[in-house]
Design a protein around this ligand. Sequence first.
Ligand SMILES: [Zn+2]
Length: 148
Amino acid sequence: MVLPFYLMTPEYFMRLALAEATKGDAPYGAVIVKDNQAIAVAHNTVKRDKDPSAHAEINAIRQSTALLKTSVLEDCTIYTTVEPCPMCATACVWAGIAEIVYGASIADLIAINQSQINITCEEVIAKSFTNIKVVKGVLRDDCLKLFL
Ligand SMILES: [Zn+2]
């Protein structure tokens, strides 16, 4: 679906991710956007798939690369309800994603006793060979509410 430009806000795509998060085995949702269109919408399927790597972001990356028939997601933005964990941040690096937009941070989740690896996505990116723009705190309170 092609949206009018005024609807293509970070909040719009984050709301898509939020709606998707409610379907997950854990309340995380991710959307990948290319040319202002959502090309993948995914949630956490770790328990369903018996796959500890099946985080929302990894699932969204897999959907996108399958759709585009490439391993490279340059010019793509990933919207994710929670800051990507080190595994997912690394997958974003390897995929060549241009931008990460997240809601709640890893620190926010640790503060409410959620199991997290305490490394920010910016630390992972800083140690890599590339740069990814990071936008934080989009609809943060709504993203956090899913855990309460
Ligand atoms: Zn992850």
